[in-house]
Structure formats: structure tokens, C-alpha cells
Ligand binder design. Structure first.
Ligand code: G1P
Length: 301
């Protein structure tokens, strides 16, 4: 089995659920504490041994390219002022290890992945949806890479969800419990709760065999009029080599403003030096927190 070396990051989305923040800034560049969302996904992939980072971008996304480039003026200024360059360390990847492909039209996640076909070639690859911030040790993708080395096939990260949320996710049809993974018989993109085949939702991490690319090439439009990755994966599942995997850790859905706030708080609580002040604020032990809570009822922000 070929080693997992490549990862695709679909970052072409418009971020309409978090406007106006995303009017001029890619949503993947919005920060969780002190790092843009995309950097969490890239660091997770690095931990899983990924060597080639493929970004599927669109117009208005050039800040992502700048973020992973060398900022000569900034570095020179930091140096001249005797300040540390350490915070920039993980924004610098190996020269030549990032590729950018434009998805010219917003035709869906399946189409975005298909746009990377020439760069993926004939080897397994990971897909990371940066909206889903995964916190785990080892990283979510590193856990999945281990499972892939054991089982091969398509490894799809899943999580149990309340049924009423089915319409926000791809939902899998579980077929056989194999211990650390579940063999998947099929899947449905964003079904109504009454039609959901289970409560196992697909969350934003996948390790896929390259034959999914030829299925995507012929994939018809599905939910929302888009070419859905889930529909192509459902066809691939007929081979019996698609597996659902519940990673050990927590997922933060940063697709909307509420999720962003929760993720920021959760990550801040894990940061040395920040835990105390944030905890104090949240438990309203500081007068300012109590004051703000009182203001909330009559101040529209
Ligand atoms: C995408 C997938 C969906 C999956 C979800 C996870 O949907 O199409 O199957 O459950 O990501 O975040 P999106 O959230 O991009 O609409």
C-alpha cells in the first residue's frame, strides 16, 4: 500500500454563514485565538506525515498564499527589533510542498476535490475541511493514517450527532462493526432527520483511494445542486472497502459565528497562560464579566 503523503484542503468556499467577517478575508484565515483556522488543519496534517499540501482556492483567497509564504519585511523588522520569529515557524513549509489549484466555479466539494486530480495522481490522499477544527493527541489525521495503514480503503471520519441535525451532514449507512472502524455500506448527503439512515455523521476528514477521482468525474449533481463528495463515496462504498472511524478527541464546528466563539474559548482554555483569565471571565468572577453580562440585554453589538 502506498504511503499517505498528500492532503487536499478545499478552501474555495465563500463563507456566507459568517458574513460580514468573510467579505474581504477568506474564512479559513479567521483566527482561533492567535492562529488562522487553516493553520490548525495544516499542523494536523504535518503531524500525520503529510508532505504535499494541495489547496483548492478561488478568487479572493490570496491571503492564504501569503500566509504560507516568507514575509521578508516582517522577518527583517522582527530581527532588527530583536523580537522572536518563533510564532512564524509553522507558517513556513518546505519549498515546493504547497500547490494551489483554482476551483473556477462553486460546484461543490466533490468538484473541488476533482480539480486536484492531476496533483493527486495515483496514490491515497487526505482531505481536510478546515471548518472542522479537530483537537486530538495524536492529531485526528494521524489517528486516521494509522487506521488507513491497517485497513486500506477509504477512511471517513464520523461522529454521532443528534438526529435533528442530519440535514447538516453526510450520514453513513453502517454495515459491520470491525472494532476500531465500521464498514460502511453507503451514505446520504444531508438527509431530512426522518430519512437519515443512522446517527453517524461524516465530519471533515477523509483518507481516500485515488479511484474516487474517476467516480467524481462522472458524478451527477446532488444535494443543493452541487457535485457531492458523499455521493461519489456512496458509489465507492459498494466495494466494501469504506470505513467509518470515530477519532479520539473533540471537533469544533467553525462553520458559523457561534461555533467560532466556542472554538476560541475552548482553545484559549487549553493555552498555557490563558486558561486562568478566560476561566475567571467565564465564571464571572471579575466585575467586568458581570458588567458585560448585564449590558448584554440592552446593547446591540
Ligand atoms: C461537507 C460534506 C458533508 C460533511 C460536512 C462535515 O458539508 O459535504 O458530508 O458532513 O462537510 O463538516 P458542508 O459542511 O461543506 O456543507
Amino acid at each position: 500500500m502506498k504511503k499517505l503523503r498528500k492532503a487536499v484542503f478545499p478552501v474555495a468556499g465563500l463563507g456566507t454563514r459568517i458574513l460580514p467577517a468573510t467579505k474581504a478575508i477568506p474564512k479559513e484565515m479567521l483566527t482561533i485565538v492567535d492562529k488562522p483556522l487553516i493553520q490548525y488543519a495544516v499542523e494536523e496534517a504535518l503531524e500525520a506525515g503529510i508532505e504535499h499540501f494541495i489547496f483548492i482556492t478561488a478568487r479572493g483567497k490570496s491571503a492564504l498564499e501569503d500566509h504560507f509564504d516568507i514575509a521578508f519585511e516582517l522577518e527583517a523588522t522582527l530581527h532588527a527589533r530583536g523580537k522572536s520569529k518563533a510564532p512564524l515557524a509553522k507558517t513556513r513549509l518546505q519549498p515546493g510542498s504547497i500547490s494551489y489549484v483554482r476551483q473556477q466555479e462553486p460546484l461543490g466539494l466533490g468538484h473541488a476535490i476533482w480539480c486536484a486530480r492531476e496533483l493527486i495522481g495515483n496514490e491515497p490522499f487526505a482531505v481536510l475541511l478546515p471548518d472542522d477544527l479537530m483537537v486530538g493527541s495524536p492529531s485526528c489525521l494521524a489517528q486516521m493514517a494509522e487506521v488507513h495503514a491497517e485497513h486500506g480503503g477509504n477512511i471517513i471520519c464520523t461522529q454521532r450527532i443528534p438526529r435533528e441535525e442530519s440535514g447538516r451532514y453526510g450520514i453513513v449507512i453502517p454495515e459491520e462493526d470491525l472494532g476500531n472502524v465500521t464498514r460502511i455500506g453507503g451514505m446520504v448527503e444531508k438527509p431530512a432527520p426522518a430519512d437519515a439512515p443512522s446517527d453517524m455523521a461524516i465530519v471533515g476528514r477523509y483518507i481516500l483511494e485515488p479511484d474516487i477521482l474517476s467516480l467524481l468525474a462522472t458524478q451527477e449533481r446532488g444535494a443543493g445542486g452541487e457535485i457531492q463528495l458523499t455521493d461519489a463515496l456512496a458509489r465507492a462504498a459498494a466495494k466494501g472497502t469504506s470505513f467509518g472511524f470515530n477519532f479520539e478527541g473533540r471537533r469544533y464546528d467553525c462553520g458559523d459565528a457561534t461555533g467560532f466563539v466556542i472554538a476560541n474559548l475552548a482553545i484559549a482554555m487549553m493555552r498555557p497562560g490563558m486558561t486562568g483569565p478566560v476561566e475567571d471571565f467565564l465564571s464571572a468572577r471579575l466585575p467586568v464579566a458581570a458588567g458585560r453580562a448585564a449590558e448584554r440585554s440592552h446593547v446591540a453589538l
